[in-house]
Structure formats: structure tokens, C-alpha cells
Design a protein around this ligand. Structure first.
Ligand code: ARG
Ligand code: MN
Ligand code: MN
Ligand code: MN
Length: 297
């Protein structure tokens, strides 16, 4: 199966500029080359046109840049839908995590029932009512499952909402009160850093894959680079101490590769303007190679 790269240089979902340079930074760090070195066909790289500069108006402070995010999501969804229709494995390069609304729109247009594995320091489960920031990148999973007023199904081309039974969040250590409440009341599977410390990343991944693949016809991996410890990846907009180690993250990707169950991926929140040692971009590229089957021996 070939891989198709879809660059989305978008930053309005996180409200912090710099993250729009993520895709080109990962490309120049050799993402395409790494993929080809694995013997995988690179079936095109596409770029979604995004508003770069602005004297842009965020609009509602409770949900900023909503029209821009809807527009971007429609365009991303179209490319992702085309990629899966062409039987390729789409990798969406962000940009901030709001680009995943587009990915999920395109994927649900194709798959009947999609599982989602979400690596993140955060829950991305806020709604218009609970958000502390108004930034939509902190709401994506709530949007995807239909807990907010703005819903995945508002995006043209999207299929059904994501079923909460098939969603797993891994690596959390910074959940807002409203997010904790939603996780509790809805019974959303969330493996915090505490759970990873306690049970180990292998056990957590095993359970996560079981949840995301139960009754589904596709499993999407959404990888927010801030799931990593800032010691490994400081070039992200919202770093939180106490994250995944270098090996835990690689091992997780290697385990996912072994299952052969992942059918698409987002790689988001790399901010080259904050990535002073270039470690974050490099690690993002390496982790993608591990997910695609690169082995140590
Ligand atoms: N929970 C915070 C918020 O809602 C931070 C979210 C960070 N999200 C991310 N995709 N990096 O604003
Ligand atoms: Mn995050
Ligand atoms: Mn938890
Ligand atoms: Mn995120």
C-alpha cells in the first residue's frame, strides 16, 4: 500500500503561529525519503491551501476561527477521502490539531465505523462551554463524537460521528475540569501518564488497539507531538512536563505497526519556530517511520 502525504499548514486552531511551518519542516527533514527507504511507494504529496497571514478576526472568543476551520476541514476531508478511495494510507501533516477535524471528516466519509487512537498530553475534549482558551485544537475529540455544538457532521462530506466506544486517548497529563467530567460521564477510554507508568506502554497499547478496532473497519492514529516529554520534543505550542519518553513513543509506534491495524495518521503540533534544537521535527519523522514498519534490527 502506498502512502499519501497531505500537508496542512494551518495554525488558527491553536492560535499560535509557527505550527504552519510543520509540514515543510518535516518534509525537509526527510519524511518522504524515510518512507521510500522502507520500500513503501510515496503516492503523491499534496498541500491544502490555508490562510497564512491575517489581520484575521477570531470571531467568538469561545470558539475561535470557526469559519476558517470549517473551510480548512472541508478541503482536508476531500483530500483524505480521495487518498483512501485510491487505496493509499493518508498521513496528514499539521498544522495544529484542528486539522484532524478534516482528516476525520474524510475518513468517516469512507469508513462505516472508524476507531480512533489519540496520543496527546491533552484530552482535546473541551466544548464551547468548557474551553479555557477558545482554541478549537482543544476541542477536536468533542467535535468528533458530537459533544459540542460544532460537530464533525457540520463538515461537508463527513459521514457519521465517531462512536465514543471506539475512541482511546493515550498520554494525558493536562485535562481541564470539563474534560475530566466528560471522560467520567461518557466512559471515554483515557490512558493517562499514570496508567502508562503503572501498566507499561505495551499493555496500554494492547488495550487501546482492542478498543479502537472493536467492530470498526478502520483505525485512525492521531499523533499530537506534545504527548512526548518536552525533554524530547520541546517544539510544540502547549508543552506539558512528564510525557512519553523517546523509547516509549517509538515502542508504541512499533507495536502499532506489528498489529497492521492502523489505516491512517495525523502528525500534528510540530512548531518549527519553537523547535530550537530541531529534535521535535526529527523525532516526528522517525516515529512515522516506526509506525510504517521501520525496525531496529
Ligand atoms: N486544554 C487546552 C485548551 O483547551 C489545551 C489544548 C491543547 N490542544 C492541543 N491540541 N495541543 O485550550
Ligand atoms: Mn496536545
Ligand atoms: Mn485518565
Ligand atoms: Mn491535541
Amino acid at each position: 500500500k502506498g502512502v499519501r502525504l497531505i500537508s496542512v499548514p494551518f495554525w488558527l486552531g491553536g492560535g499560535r503561529a509557527g505550527v504552519e511551518y510543520g509540514p515543510e519542516d518535516m518534509m525537509s527533514a526527510g519524511l518522504g525519503r524515510q518512507i521510500r527507504n522502507l520500500g513503501i511507494r510515496l503516492d503523491g504529496d499534496y498541500e491544502v491551501c490555508c490562510p497564512r497571514e491575517g489581520k484575521l478576526d477570531p470571531g467568538s472568543p469561545r470558539i475561535k476561527y470557526l469559519p476558517e476551520i470549517k473551510e480548512m476541514s472541508g478541503l482536508v476531508g476531500e483530500q483524505v477521502y480521495r487518498a483512501v478511495s485510491a487505496k493509499t494510507f493518508p498521513i496528514v501533516l499539521g498544522g495544529d490539531h484542528s486539522v484532524a477535524i478534516g482528516t476525520l471528516a474524510g475518513l468517516t466519509g469512507h469508513y462505516n465505523r472508524l476507531g480512533v487512537i489519540w496520543f496527546d498530553a491533552h484530552g482535546d475534549l473541551n466544548t464551547e462551554a468548557t474551553t479555557p482558551s477558545g482554541n478549537i485544537h482543544g476541542m477536536v475529540l468533542a467535535v468528533a463524537m458530537g459533544f459540542s455544538r460544532f460537530k464533525l457532521t457540520d463538515i461537508p462530506g463527513a459521514g457519521t460521528l465517531i462512536n465514543k466506544k471506539n475512541v482511546v486517548i493515550i498520554g494525558t497529563r493536562d485535562l481541564d475540569p470539563g474534560e475530566k467530567e466528560l471522560i467520567r460521564s461518557q466512559g471515554i477510554a483515557c490512558y493517562s501518564m499514570h496508567d502508562i507508568d503503572k501498566h507499561g506502554i505495551a499493555k496500554v497499547l494492547e488495550e487501546a488497539v482492542a478498543i479502537a478496532s472493536d467492530g470498526t473497519d478502520g483505525v485512525h492514529l492521531s499523533f499530537d507531538m506534545d504527548c512526548l516529554d518536552p525533554l524530547e520534543a520541546s517544539g510544540v505550542g502547549t508543552p506539558v512536563p512528564g510525557g512519553l519518553s523517546y523509547r516509549e513513543a517509538h515502542f508504541a509506534m512499533e507495536l502499532l505497526a506489528e498489529t497492521g491495524k492502523i489505516t491512517s495518521m495525523d502528525l500534528v503540533e510540530v512548531n518549527p519556530m519553537l523547535d530550537h534544537d530541531k529534535k521535535t521535527t526529527r523525532l516526528a519523522v522517525e516515529l512515522t517511520a516506526s509506525l510504517l514498519g521501520k525496525k531496529i534490527v
